[in-house]
Design a protein around this ligand. Structure first.
Ligand SMILES: Nc1ncnc2c1ncn2[C@@H]1O[C@H](COP(=O)(O)OP(=O)(O)OP(=O)(O)O)[C@@H](O)[C@H]1O
Ligand SMILES: [Mg+2]
Length: 261
């Protein structure tokens, strides 16, 4: 590769994972969880990390987000080595991370409490609540909301702080299947309008094809990248199209699961 190409590749990359492995120690024995992970995430990309339970998806996301240290290798974001969590990036959790004692408005405003311009803060909170479809529920408390609405609050809380990268670890896992479908299309709408880089962990094959531009498929523990599959279908995606079925078969094949559609 020439120098020119190397430079333009680096400019396009937002997150670079290089030679990352991770071992935990369990009862005095080393437990290898990730092995030799190399990955480049493009600026503004929606990337899904797909793999079986226990393959190290959450560990990889936690390392990229700076919550865990890799045993070897490193992660850089726009050329800067990740050494810990960074306020420019946010994490949307699997379980609800919102505060039960605070209203929708206050939950969304919490990350902005240091802003000195209260008028601007007010505008951002309202805009974000509108963006996730919660207008009219500003004064409601989490106990008065459905599971899907609570997860919208969680997404709003993340978006309000204008992150450049959003990490999502099975954020819709606790929702029923219909709400999950709605949340996926809402998330795509938001991603298309806000141009964020999103790293989304899931073990759901359909979810990954519905959302991602590329799907990183991980093998069972110790997790390695088995392959990266380009989805390349326009949104909204036709879940009945032959191309969708073809990608689905490919992902199941990579996961080593018998399947045909
Ligand atoms: N802090 C820790 N200490 C020891 N072992 C850990 C720790 N965190 C994760 N593990 C182990 O690492 C492996 C990978 O866990 P991880 O949570 O990354 O998997 P996952 O792919 O996210 O699974 P799931 O789909 O079930 O969420 C598991 O065997 C788990 O027991
Ligand atoms: Mg996990």
């Amino acid at each position: 590769m020439g120098v020119r190409e190397a430079v333009s590749g680096a400019e396009r990359a937002k997150v670079v994972v290089e030679g990352v492995s991770k071992q935990f120690t369990r009862r005095g024995e080393a437990l290898p969880v990730l092995a030799d992970v190399d990955l480049e995430v493009h600026k503004g990309e929606f990337l899904c990390i797909l793999g079986p339970s226990g393959c190290g998806k959450s560990t990889l996301l936690n390392i990229i987000a700076g919550f865990e240290k890799p045993s070897t290798g490193r992660v850089t974001i726009e050329g800067e080595v990740v050494r810990g969590p960074d306020p420019r990036r946010v994490f949307v959790f699997q379980e609800y991370g919102i505060f039960p004692w605070a209203s929708v408005w206050d939950n969304v405003a919490l990350g902005l409490r240091r802003m000195t311009d209260k008028g601007e803060q007010h505008d951002i909170v309202q805009k974000t609540i509108d963006l996730v479809g919660l207008s009219g529920f500003e004064r409601s408390y989490p106990r008065e909301l459905s599971g899907g609405m609570k997860q919208r609050v969680e997404v709003a809380r993340a978006l309000a702080v204008s992150p450049d990268v959003i990490y999502m670890d099975e954020p819709f896992g606790a929702l029923d299947s219909l709400t999950r479908l709605t949340m996926r299309s809402e998330l795509i709408r938001i991603w298309e309008s806000e141009e964020k880089t999103i790293l989304f962990v899931t073990h759901d094959v359909d979810e990954s094809i519905q959302l991602a531009e590329r799907v990183v498929v991980m093998s069972a523990r110790p997790g390695r990248i088995a392959d990266i599959v380009e989805v390349g279908l326009p949104h909204p995606r036709d879940l009945g199209s032959p191309e969708y079925g073809r990608i689905k078969n490919r992902l199941y094949e990579l996961l080593g699961v018998e399947h045909s559609v």
